[in-house]
Design a protein around this ligand. Structure first.
Ligand code: LLP
Length: 419
């Protein structure tokens, strides 16, 4: 359930009509609903109510906007971060260092230092090599790094290949069959406090079976480690729950997910961590755009050219992803068209041969389910600048990220005087 609904024929974010935002901020613009973020955060938590004190760490990569993080912090969420930049944001949003998990396959030396100095709650170690480096830094700084070992369970998540992370050939984690030996070696290192294990097999998962299979393998590893006399008090089950993008998409609910987790992890006797991203933020945001003009194509449907493009919302170009497209003030008429952005490549296409609300030049429209992996994946390709972000709360709204115009980006460039 989200709070982007038609009221008197006009699409609103909560109680704010979207044309008011377009008027005040211009388009394209990302619009987030606080009530929807809060609702999703609570529904996810309720889904896990059978578990003892689950630790919820929002995957910052899904939506790193400070205001969004602050909403989630107030809901008791910590953060899963994958870079120094994300760590800085999580702390700036008020998340307690102890509630931060640092994932990521290529943490740099500087990032490991930053994590240790910030006193974060857990490093998810992605390789034996990373573990030794972290141990050495911790000893030098006179600190102890609380760690989990991320394993690669060799499970096919059955999602888009670019967002699958749990197959043997993917770069993430350590192979399951070497995990016991690596865990034991790292547990013997001064500077490291090996507390548990972690897994994340991919994103936008449409069924629970691959997750169950990965968690089952993780449970067997926990037993193996304990049998070898090693201590395990934590298990991080990652994120990955899919969300509906198009009508008819059926996704497992947080309640179904929670029931499966409770069943599979029964008797593990660990504290569980979760790293949800998309399921919290995806349907809490839309990208608001304006039609520049329509253009007739050869024999086929017209091209509706909108002012948002692949640099603002990369998912369709990058993964062939579907985002629902709706008119902000639908007339009731429908049409079949191609919906494209202005960027000079064919990949800048949001939909082909899609039946949508009739749209003409000047009309406002939205791309739905753009709250996760939307603004954060933007670029300035074609010198288009970065889109602003707005947070709605009831009948008020605030710009929570300014538009960064193309000239501001150009201002950071220099032509050397020897040219
Ligand atoms: N934890 C780890 C270690 C991750 O790598 C990810 C996502 C998550 C948690 C959160 O997963 P979620 O709950 O959001 O599925 N840009 C892509 C998605 C990439 C996901 C990367 N990792 C997209 O737009 O679909």
């Amino acid at each position: 359930m989200d709070h982007f609904q038609l009221k008197n024929g006009v699409l609103h974010a909560e109680d704010v009509p979207l044309p008011a935002i377009a008027e005040a901020v211009g388009t394209p613009v990302y619009v987030y609903s606080r009530a929807t973020l809060v609702r999703h955060a609570r529904v996810f938590r309720e889904g896990l109510s059978a578990l003892d004190r689950p630790h919820l760490a929002f995957a910052v990569k899904a939506n790193p906007n400070l205001a969004v993080l602050s909403v989630l912090q107030k809901e008791g969420y910590g953060a899963d971060v994958v870079s120094g930049g994300e760590l800085t944001r999580a702390l700036a949003a008020g998340m307690a260092p102890a509630d931060v998990v640092f994932s990521g396959v290529g943490k740099t030396h500087a990032e490991l230092v930053q994590g240790l100095e910030s006193g974060i709650g857990q490093f998810n170690i992605e390789s034996e090599e990373e573990g030794y480096e972290l141990a050495a830094i911790a000893r030098r700084l006179g600190k102890t790094a609380a760690c989990a070992l991320r394993v690669n369970p060799d499970v096919d998540a059955r999602t888009h290949e670019k967002i699958s992370t749990g197959k043997r050939e993917n770069k993430f984690g350590v192979p399951l069959d070497r995990a016991g030996a690596i865990y034991a070696a790292l547990a013997a290192e001064d500077g490291l406090d090996m507390r548990g294990v972690a897994v994340h097999i991919g994103s936008q998962l449409a069924d629970l079976e691959p997750l169950e299979s990965a968690f089952t393998k993780l449970g067997a590893l926990v037993e193996e480690l304990r049998a070898a006399g090693l201590s395990v008090t934590q298990a991080d089950l990652g994120g990955g729950l899919g969300v509906p993008y198009k009508p008819g998409d059926i996704m497992p609910s947080p309640a179904d997910y929670g029931a499966m987790v409770a069943r599979v992890t029964k008797g593990w006797d660990v504290r569980l961590t979760f790293e949800p991203g998309r399921v919290i933020a995806g349907n809490a945001g839309i990208l608001l755009t304006r039609v520049i003009r329509s253009k007739r194509s050869g024999n086929g449907p017209p091209f509706v050219i909108v002012d948002a493009a692949m640099n603002d919302l990369a998912r369709p170009a990058m993964y062939g992803a579907w985002h629902d497209i709706e008119a902000v003030a639908p007339s009731g008429n429908r049409m079949t068209s191609h919906v494209v952005g202005p960027i000079c490549e064919t990949g800048d296409t949001f939909a082909m041969d899609r039946e949508i609300d009739a749209l003409t030049a000047g009309d406002l429209a939205v791309f739905r389910t753009a709250g996760a992996y939307g603004a954060t994946m933007a670029s300035s390709y074609n010198s288009r600048g970065f889109v602003p972000e707005v947070l709605v709360d009831g009948d008020r709204f605030a710009v929570v990220a300014d538009r960064i115009p193309a000239d501001a980006i150009m201002d950071a460039e220099r032509v050397p005087d020897w040219l």
